[in-house]
Design a protein around this ligand. Sequence first.
Ligand code: MG
Length: 384
Amino acid sequence: MWCAIILAGGSGSRMGAGCNKVLLPLNGVSIIRRSVRAFLPFVEHIVLVSREEDMPDMAAEMAQDGLQVSIVPGGASRQESVWRGLQALPEACDYVMIHDGARCMIDGDTIARCIASAKACGTGVAAVAVTDTIKQVNGQEQAIHTPDRSTLRAVQTPQAFHLPLILRAHQHAMQEQFLGTDDASLVEHLGETVQLVEGNRRNIKMTTPEDMAVAEAFLQDSPAFPILRVGQGYDVHRLVEGRDLILCGVTVPHTLGLLGHSDADVALHALMDAMLGAMALGDIGKHFPDTDERYRGISSMTLLHHVVALLKEHHARVTNCDVTIIAQKPKLLPYIPQMRENVAKALSLPVERVNIKATTTERLGFEGEEKGITAQAICMVQEG
Ligand code: MG
């Protein structure tokens, strides 16, 4: 499981904004929301480390995007803040990316390179070649050394690590009272290898008002808001005796059940078709053919998890959905809260972003005659 720790703890005094700089809007979207959004397609969970006094503002920012992010208070130093973030990771986490919240221009390709490197060798740290000549100075601002520029790299974030390694590095640094300006230096201090990967010159850290101007210029050729796509789905299954009636993962007590190759969860089938439709990825028949024995009797919840993962591969996620189940019988109202909960969990959404409703057809048509159940779904998908 991949997680991200995003640091939003600095006061941003060099920005002169009178508030935490990551709360400043950049082309209409705050710096911190931009940073968090960049990681969504790549991780299962995000921990945001913030100053205690900024936590309500951070929560409000995350709520605007409907994001479920853990927000934890930071420490006295950057290093302590990261340590607190590490403590807040879910138990199942085995890889973590640590990122400065002020680097909101981070791109998916750089994140993907960090991930690939950490998977291969335990570390992956974004860095770029240095174009300025660097001088080492003494206390009187006199040059005392000029290192060979070709051997120098400017290090950015994200910095990706196998979790046990970065935990060990932080514990070791604490024991030795070693303070580093980034997490990679703690791994180096431990005597372990840190692998650098190609970063991006646009991945600047918002520190001064000039940085904001540069970032705005970069953003001119990209949309101010993420790309939204809509998809719809429709499905019908026949009602027969001797089968369970499963709708949105809930087994609804009834004399009849739906016939199908899988568990015939018509509502989830419509929802999955809507998700695939939004991304122009065909339909569930294409991805899970009913001629394939692997899918016989399979829970549609399992298939939904596959579709969520497929969208993730395309850097996309559902932001809300609306499902209508058309059935004469049984009464579905008592089961709707559990259905919403099941779908929200599978889509990693707050339950308020999932609507499920049921209707009859006033005894008209095949649904009215209780020959079958229909479902329709629509969903919004955010790309990038
Ligand atoms: Mg179906």
